[in-house]
Write a protein that binds this ligand. Sequence first.
Ligand code: ATP
Ligand code: MG
Ligand code: ZN
Length: 272
Amino acid sequence: MACNVSQQQEVIEQEMKAALGKIKHKLLIMSGKGGVGKSTVATNLAVYLSDQGYKVGLMDVDIHGPSVSGLLGLTNMKLFAVEGGKIQPFQYNENLKVVSVQGFLDQPDTPIIWRGAVKMGLIGEFLSGVEWGDLDFLVIDCPPGTGDEPLTVVQKIEDCKAVIVTTPQEIALADVRKSINFCAKAETEIAGLVENMSGFVCPDCGSVHNIFKSGGGIITAAQYAIPFLGSLPIDPQVVANGDEGRTMLTLSSQTKERMGEIVKNLLDQVNK
Ligand SMILES: Nc1ncnc2c1ncn2[C@@H]1O[C@H](COP(=O)(O)OP(=O)(O)OP(=O)(O)O)[C@@H](O)[C@H]1O
Ligand SMILES: [Mg+2]
Ligand SMILES: [Zn+2]
């Protein structure tokens, strides 16, 4: 008997449920504004957690600008293989598996225009069709804003928790409130807020200078009664590292430890 569309959908739903059931914590990395460092935070979060022995999956659902693969130095690599009808993620290290939309493009520079339905289908495929196996964490890097991608993620993953990334400027903090409202409407728990580009690590004296007003993140977090996970300064080493596909674990500046504190605070939150 031929399988009709609704039966197929049911099979996909069941596969997704089974796959999600094997993943302890699902984290959606989001921000109201673009370029605040979501992908940098998502990638390093995944790498730090895997370095501590946790089994981690990193999923890049930024369809218009996937950047996780670049940050990990995997730009020209095929990030998946299909075996037995399942997508096998790329094994970055013993504990970290990566799937990026980048792997689905022939050319790394190809821009793609996806309609909402296609995007939702692809995110569903990343959840149901990928052989993630047993994971402690699935870290999901989203494009900025509160559009189709984060919406699809929170609709498909009921127990997903959000990590909101912001910068200290008032405009970015106004955008953060949109993310907070989005999570409230979607009934998504917020694991915490990260303030990125908070002060500047001076290459001359090595200390942190505050260019923009810093500390806005902690105030906003307190205002909305959400956990503050920590802050990262603007660090020229981070840019160079990211461009070369190296993670914050290889930094010689204090940013390396600051990221470690964020990971520790996040672990405290999710294990509460
Ligand atoms: N703490 C930091 N210090 C210096 N540079 C940083 C820092 N965090 C991020 N960057 C740099 O800022 C740029 C944007 O970062 P990233 O791609 O992580 O942002 P994003 O929020 O994911 O952007 P998008 O909204 O386009 O997805 C990158 O070049 C990155 O290397
Ligand atoms: Mg990004
Ligand atoms: Zn200085």
